[in-house]
Design a protein around this ligand. Structure first.
Ligand SMILES: *[C@@H]1O[C@H](CO)[C@@H](O)[C@H](O)[C@H]1NC(C)=O
Ligand SMILES: *[C@@H]1O[C@H](CO)[C@@H](O)[C@H](O)[C@H]1NC(C)=O
Ligand SMILES: *[C@@H]1O[C@H](CO)[C@@H](O)[C@H](O)[C@H]1NC(C)=O
Ligand SMILES: *[C@@H]1O[C@H](CO)[C@@H](O)[C@H](O)[C@H]1NC(C)=O
Ligand SMILES: *[C@@H]1O[C@H](CO)[C@@H](O)[C@H](O)[C@H]1NC(C)=O
Ligand SMILES: *[C@@H]1O[C@H](CO)[C@@H](O)[C@H](O)[C@H]1NC(C)=O
Ligand SMILES: *[C@@H]1O[C@H](CO)[C@@H](O)[C@H](O)[C@H]1NC(C)=O
Ligand SMILES: *[C@@H]1O[C@H](CO)[C@@H](O)[C@H](O)[C@H]1NC(C)=O
Ligand SMILES: *[C@@H]1O[C@H](CO)[C@@H](O)[C@H](O)[C@H]1NC(C)=O
Ligand SMILES: *[C@@H]1O[C@H](CO)[C@@H](O)[C@H](O)[C@H]1NC(C)=O
Length: 419
């Protein structure tokens, strides 16, 4: 399944997979194998337990984990404790009063572990740690899609016969959330040497538990019905919100608009070329409390196989249905527009895309994407008959633009308009 360069011999290994749940289904046709796999490698036995390297692989094509990052929880099967950790930390120590002298790092029955922050002293780091829990998606930046920490476990079994696998793993991250299947011990079928790559068996577990997203997203509240839920652009109050209190809150604080959504995706079709048609894509941030680093868009449109040129976004084709090349992952160019700034004059990113054109019509809204995700958040599209379209007559082709505006939040309200 994967090749990992490691210096360790693995004594016991177990894996589990976590899947995201979206509002409609646990299965995402655009990323059918997307999952987060957690690998727990026991690399040495100690007098009362073991040392393990725990690695979280974000095998999702386009969903990344953004600030404030992942947190991983589980329930110990016995009375295990964590003696020490590097590259991560338990959020609470818990009751360690039964220990005298050498006090464990954490004694909780259900510990929660988070990543350390960038700038952690070197001696507390491990490879792939200390990114504040931020993981890129596999499609966008596989080199930064894994995070790991080292954990020394006590009061545990001391051989692969007596050790017990922790239970009920939970993975929390901003966004839709994840459900984790049970951990499975995987026979370390091939052992590693210092310079060799290791192949592990893929795990076939798939947990199809569906948890609904909140049904009420943008537009359910307004500054009128719920004062303080949005801020006017010219409000004197704005500066204090942006620079002062609430700055560290991750609750969105949106600019007052008719849609009240934190993100808008604007798909503007221009027909003004003989052999090409052009789309201008603009993503606007209306949230005063969020900067999106390494944002991405996934767009499904049948004409992506005729993509000719894309300006100032990165492009990668996803082919979820085998040969059908209709889905694109788009993300910003490093140091140029990979950072979508909080709401305000700089809070937008844009690019233009050129598609080759043949004889076509704007009937049935085909110029518009079938599906859009922003950072993995699904945007439910308007019904096809609600799309803007032009009369069939080719004489009307001088009409030079159509615009579709989609606004989205994790839970799905679409706004669109056209000119
Ligand atoms: C998780 O993703 C990896 C990489 O795409 C894949 O090999 C593996 O089979 C997936 N696991 C599950 C349980 O879906
Ligand atoms: C446990 O360890 C023994 C010897 O060290 C080995 O033969 C056996 O395959 C291991 N079992 C598992 C499940 O890894
Ligand atoms: C794991 O969760 C299940 C269902 O929530 C519960 O019945 C079980 O007792 C839990 N196991 C442990 C070890 O906490
Ligand atoms: C899937 O995960 C949920 C939540 O963690 C758990 O309650 C359920 O038992 C799991 N399903 C299976 C088939 O293990
Ligand atoms: C809410 O709306 C009222 C009226 O439009 C405005 O005076 C007030 O400043 C708004 N509040 C915020 C926090 O923007
Ligand atoms: C967003 O980034 C800008 C520039 O780095 C910074 O001034 C601002 O405080 C950040 N906003 C938030 C909400 O983190
Ligand atoms: C791609 O362009 C060619 C030539 O213009 C056209 O024949 C074909 O239908 C287009 N295919 C798609 C899927 O847009
Ligand atoms: C899909 O089409 C685009 C545009 O022609 C091309 O650049 C890309 O390589 C294609 N992807 C696949 C997987 O065929
Ligand atoms: C776009 O794709 C549709 C559906 O495959 C096709 O009918 C149409 O000709 C394509 N348009 C262009 C301009 O390539
Ligand atoms: C466009 O063509 C379809 C069938 O091809 C027809 O039903 C529809 O009325 C036409 N629309 C206009 C505005 O001419």
């Amino acid at each position: 399944m994967m090749g990992i360069v490691s210096k360790f011999t693995i004594l016991l290994l177990f894996l589990l997979a976590c899947n995201t749940f979206t509002s409609t289904d646990a299965y995402d046709p655009l990323d059918p194998n997307g999952n987060i796999t957690i690998k727990w490698d026991i690399i040495s036995w100690t007098p009362d337990g073991y040392v393990a390297t725990v690695t979280i692989y974000n095998f999702q094509q386009y969903r990344h984990i953004q600030t404030p990052g992942w947190s991983l929880g589980w329930t110990w099967a016995k009375k295990e404790i964590i003696w020490s950790m590097t590259g991560g930390q338990a959020t609470e120590q818990g009751d360690c009063s039964r220990f005298k002298g050498n006090i464990p790092h954490c004694c909780k029955k259900k510990p929660t572990v988070v990543d350390l922050l960038p700038g952690t002293p070197y001696n507390q780091q491990t490879a792939n740690c200390c990114k504040g829990g931020v993981l890129s998606s596999w499609g966008q930046d596989p080199a930064n899609a894994a995070g790991s920490f080292l954990i020394s476990v006590g009061s545990a079994g001391t051989s692969n016969k007596t050790v017990r696998v922790p239970k009920n793993f939970t993975l929390k991250a901003p966004g839709p959330g994840y459900t984790c299947g049970p951990a499975k011990v995987v026979k370390p079928s091939r052992f590693i040497t210092a310079d060799r790559r290791r192949v592990t068996q893929a795990l076939t577990f798939y947990n199809d538990t569906i948890v609904r997203c909140p049904t009420c997203a943008c537009g359910c509240q307004s500054n009128m019905t719920q004062p303080g839920s949005c801020v006017e652009e010219d409000s004197p109050y704005l500066a204090s919100v942006v620079s002062g209190f609430g700055k560290n809150s991750y609750t969105p604080l949106v600019q007052c608009t008719s849609h009240m959504c934190p993100i808008r995706v604007h798909w503007h079709v221009k027909l003004n070329y003989k052999e090409y048609w052009r789309v201008k894509i603009t993503v606007t941030n209306f949230n005063y409390r969020m900067n999106y680093s390494d944002w991405n868009l996934v767009v499904q449109h049948p004409n992506f196989s005729n993509l000719t040129q894309i300006f100032s976004f990165n492009y990668k084709s996803l082919t979820p249905y085998g040969k059908i090349n209709d889905t694109a992952m788009l993300w910003g160019v490093k140091f140029y527009n990979d950072f979508l700034m909080q709401a305000g004059p700089l809070g937008n990113v844009q690019s233009e895309v050129l598609f080759q054109k043949d004889a076509f019509t704007f009937d049935k809204g085909w110029a518009f994407p079938r599906r859009v995700y922003f950072n993995g958040d699904n945007c439910v599209m308007p019904p096809p008959d609600a799309y803007p379209w032009l009369p069939n007559s080719s004489s009307r082709q001088h009409i030079s633009l159509l615009t579709l505006v989609m606004t989205l939040l994790s839970a799905l309200t679409v706004m669109y308009e056209y000119a």
